[in-house]
Structures are given as C-alpha cells and as structure tokens.
Design a protein around this ligand. Structure first.
Ligand code: G6P
Ligand code: ZN
Length: 543
C-alpha cells in the first residue's frame, strides 16, 4: 500500500457552522473537497498520529465513499485505530457514546442531520472531541484556519475495506474495527432507564408508534423498542435507513413527520408517538391528538426526570438554548435547580455537562439530552418519556395538562422564513440592532416592550465569550420575541422568529398555539420590518 501525498489548494467556504461542515453533496464530491477538510481536521486537532477515532454517520448518500476516504487518510497520517459502525452507520448519540466508552481521541460523524440526503441534497462532516461532544469553537476555528492554508494531503492507495460486517482489518498498519452500531448504545439505555417498568406498561396494552423516517434510528428503535421492550412488531415505521431517506426530509416536526402526525391524529391513535431525525439526535413527542412542543417536552422531562433510575439523585441544573421557551426555567425555579441560557448549538452545553453543573439540557429545535453522552439524543428522550409515563401511570395528554396546571403554559412557536437572500437577511438584523435601545417603553401591536438586547454568552466554566447570538425582545405579560439567522442552512439565509407568551389561566390552555401568539407575532413583524426586508408576510414553516 502506497502512501500518497497529493498537492492541493485551499478551497473557499470550508468554515464549520453550528454543527460541522455542511454543504450540498455535490460540493463535497468535488475533487479534493472532502480530502482538504479531513486533512484540516487532523491539523486542527494537533495531528492524528497514534490516535484512535470513531467513525460513522446517518448513512446518507456519499457516506460510504466518504468513510473509505477518511479511513485511508487516517491510515496515511498514522492513526492507530478507527472504530467504525457497521455499514459506516452510527447515530450521533451512539457515536458520542462510543467515543466516551472507548476513551478515544474523538470521532468523525458523517451527517447533515435533519436535512434531506441524496446527490442533489446535503452532506456533512463533523468532528467530535474526546468528551464525545461537538468540537468547541476553538477547535473548529483551527480546522477552518487549516483549510485556508492547506497545500497537500496524505492518503493511502488501497482497496475499499468491507464495512458490511463486524470484524477487524489492517489498513497500512492502522486497525479498523467494524462494530455493531446498536449494541453499546442499547446497553447504555438499559442502564439509564427502568426497562422493566416500561416493558410492564407495554405488555399491559400501552401502544406506541416510532417513525424512524427512513434514517439511522430504525435499527436502534427496532432493537430497543420492539425487541427489548416488547412493543409490537411494526411499532417502528420507516425503519430501514436509506441513503436518500426515501426522498423525505428527516426532520421530526409536524410538517415533515406527516406520517406520524396522521397516525397520532387518527381514530385509532396509539398512546404515544415519536420520531427522530436523520442522525438520531432530535426527537418529536406526541400523544393521541397532541403534539408536544420541544420546549414543553424539556420542561416535563426536567420536572419528572427522577422517575428514571439514572436521575434519581436529582439533576442539579438544567440548560436551554436562548431561543427555547422559558417553560423549563419555571420548573428550575420551583424545584431549586440551577438554570442556564446558552447560545444555539449543542456544543455550548458541553462545558456545563462536563463540569457537572447541569444534567439535563434541551433546545427548541427538538433536541433534548443529558450527561449520559455529549450530544442530544432522540431515543433517549423517547425512553425518558416512556419511563415517566410508566411510573406515573398517566398518558401524554394528561401529563402535559397537569404540567401546565402546575407551572403555567408558555405558548411557543418558531416561524421560519427560508431561502432569503443573505444580504437582505443581514440588513434586517442590522436594522434591528440599531433600533434595540429605543424599543423599551414603546408599545407594539398592543404589547409593551419591557427590554431588548442582543444575546451574548460568557461560558461560566472556561470564560469564553460568544457574541451576536440573536436578538431578544421582552414584552409585557411574560412574552418574548427572539430573532436570529439559522447557522445550519446550506443555501441562502433562514430567518428564525421565535414567539413566546405565557398564561397561568387554565381556561386558556387549550387555545390554538398560533392564535395565542397572534399579537406577539404581529409585534415581531412590526418591530423587525419582516415584510419590508424580505417581501414575506407568512413564514414557510411554523414549528
Ligand atoms: C443543529 C444543532 C442544534 C441547533 C439546531 C438549529 O441541530 O445541533 O444545536 O439548535 O441545529 O440550528 P439553527 O442555527 O439552524 O437554528
Ligand atoms: Zn440531527
């Protein structure tokens, strides 16, 4: 096997975003594109020589090719070992678990999460640190710097390895260990949760439906929900991972998880419904006829986590991303938990989890997780819900209504305006920034503005500062508007407008969420000049 050194040139735009480098698959398939980025990862982590890495992903189109290239490049740069999920598959939380469990020097995850896959869709590469979490900005900055100066990369000239079956291979002196992607993860879940209680609930007639959306969680959900917990065969639908997710958009929300919505709104709806995204870190929770907003889910999990053996001793603190509703803050306040508000992006939870300041965290973007790994974890959230239901004997709808009666309800919705020209989106944010100081004391769409600022975050553990993390506008009555631009898109800009209003009056709890947020939405449009800047009056997605 020959070690080749290939001359290359820096390629523009290889800056990792909220969650690694995400581009159109065809961009990744251009000559040297993947190779430049991978060599820059080695550079950014101080070299890969002698190191052990984990490698896997959501199985999207081009993953199989990319995995072979990464293995050859790791071998050519002297890595000691790479642990690969069979078929190059590993859900993001399972990869995080493997990195931690095997004590590796990190790992590479091939995924564009909830974005569609295929030759005309999206691909992504992300490096995770030895703690199992997404590389912090300091590392991604070094990787980005390396992409700007790269002149050569190293790769082994070798045949493809057979990743289809578990086993050990030698690749130019580097060990490649192909492992069952599900086993270690399933074992971890059994340690965290009361499987006996869940099994008893299911055998007592509790029915569930899990939509894997043709993505990576299929094999995990089949093993855990059907085989280990006894859910009826077929409870997991769309369970075979496909490179293009069967043409779907593997994003578990009411818009894209249409099949699950139909089942859960149907006449014979099961007791519990859930879905996960492309790489298995997001979750969506439903009861019969009811969609549970991710921010509410986080609050319910925080309030009831002690039902699960892993959290019996308490969760100490909770963290949420800034745009996530403040429902969980109320739980924290009442239960004497510490609470933290971080910028969007799971990586910002890493230090808080590592430092033991919080055990539970979550985001409005359908991510919830805990200190068991350093990624958000879709199936974990499903199992914690099931554990709570099993212990409480309540259904999803009842649990949710009890929660609102106890803590009040934070009506919440995110409105996305997609595919806006980047310049126009930036202009909207710039104009807003200028206006911020003058907003408090004014009344907009009948609501008084109490405060407004641009969020910046100082990490309490390492003191690092993240600025310009979104605009917060606080209105009377506990309402809030947040505006920010998405950091995960691959084309143009997406404006995200997060709307929240609060009520403690049970008579209002059944109000339609969009109706409840009408005036807050009107205020957002007026303050930000959304139509003026984007030409849009209606969002593309109401999540
Ligand atoms: C990914 C990240 C999350 C983040 C989400 C939305 O899933 O892992 O942490 O909340 O993207 O990010 P965006 O920048 O598109 O709002
Ligand atoms: Zn994801």
């Amino acid at each position: 096997m020959e070690r080749l050194t290939i001359d290359t040139q820096p390629i523009e735009g290889q800056k990792p975003g909220t969650s690694g480098l995400r581009k159109k698959t065809k961009v990744f398939m251009q000559p040297h594109y993947l190779e430049n980025f991978v060599q820059s990862i080695w550079e950014g982590i101080g070299g890969v020589e002698g190191k052990t890495l984990v490698l896997g992903g959501d199985g999207r189109y081009f993953s199989d090719r990319a995995a072979q290239v990464i293995l050859r490049m790791a071998a050519a740069s002297g890595a000691a070992k790479v642990i690969v999920g069979q078929g190059a598959l590993l859900s993001t939380p399972a990869a995080s678990n493997l990195i931690r469990k095997q004590g590796t020097d990190g790992g590479i995850i091939l995924s564009a999460s909830h974005n569609p896959g295929g030759p005309d869709e999206d691909f992504g590469v992300k490096f995770n640190n030895p703690n199992g979490g997404p590389a912090p900005e300091e590392v991604t900055n070094r990787i980005f710097e390396a992409t700007k100066t790269i002149r050569k990369y190293h790769i082994l000239e070798a045949q493809d390895l057979d990743l289809a079956a578990p086993g050990s291979h030698d690749l130019g002196g580097m060990t490649v260990e192909v492992v069952d992607p599900v086993a270690d993860y399933a074992e971890l879940m059994e340690e965290l949760f009361d499987f006996d209680a869940i099994r008893a609930m299911i055998s007592g007639g509790f029915r569930l439906c899990f939509d894997a959306m043709h993505a990576v969680t299929g094999p995990y959900a089949k093993e855990i929900l059907e085989r280990r917990l006894g859910a009826a065969e077929g409870s997991v639908m769309n369970a075979v991972p496909q490179p293009d997710f069967a043409g779907g958009h593997p994003d578990p929300n009411p818009v894209w998880a249409k099949e699950l919505m139909e089942v859960m709104h149907g006449a014979d709806a099961p007791d519990f419904g859930a879905a996960s995204d492309g790489d298995g870190d997001r979750n969506m929770i439903m009861g019969p006829g009811m969609y549970v907003a991710p921010s509410d889910s986080l609050a319910v999990l925080a309030a009831n986590a002690e039902a699960a053996p892993a959290y019996k001793g308490g969760i100490k603190g909770v963290a949420r991303s800034m745009p996530t509703s403040r429902a969980v803050d109320i739980v924290a306040e009442r239960q004497g938990l510490d609470s933290f508000e971080t910028p969007t992006g799971w990586k910002f939870f890493g230090n808080l989890l590592d430092d033991g300041r919080v055990r539970l965290c979550g985001e409005e973007s359908a991510g919830t997780g805990s200190d068991h790994v350093r990624e958000k974890d879709g199936l974990w959230a499903v199992l914690l819900w099931l554990n709570i239901l099993a212990k409480s004997g309540k259904g999803v709808v009842e649990l949710m209504q009890d929660h609102w009666r106890t803590y009040g309800r934070n009506f919440y919705s995110r409105h996305d305006f997609e595919g806006i020209e980047t310049e126009r989106a930036n202009a909207l944010m710039d104009d807003l920034r200028v206006k911020l100081a003058d907003l408090p004391g004014t009344t907009v769409s009948g609501r008084a503005v109490e405060a407004a600022d641009e969020f910046s975050y100082t990490d309490p553990v390492d003191g690092s500062v993240a600025t310009a993390q979104g605009i917060r506008i606080y209105l009377d009555g506990g309402a809030r508007i947040v505006l920010r631009l998405s950091g995960t898109g691959t084309t143009g800009a997406t404006l995200r407008v997060y709307l929240e209003d609060r009520s403690e009056d049970p008579a209002t709890f059944d109000t339609d969420v969009q109706d409840a947020l009408k005036d807050v939405s009107a205020a957002a449009h007026e303050i930000a000049g959304i139509e003026h800047h984007t030409g849009r009056t209606e969002p593309d997605v109401r999540a």
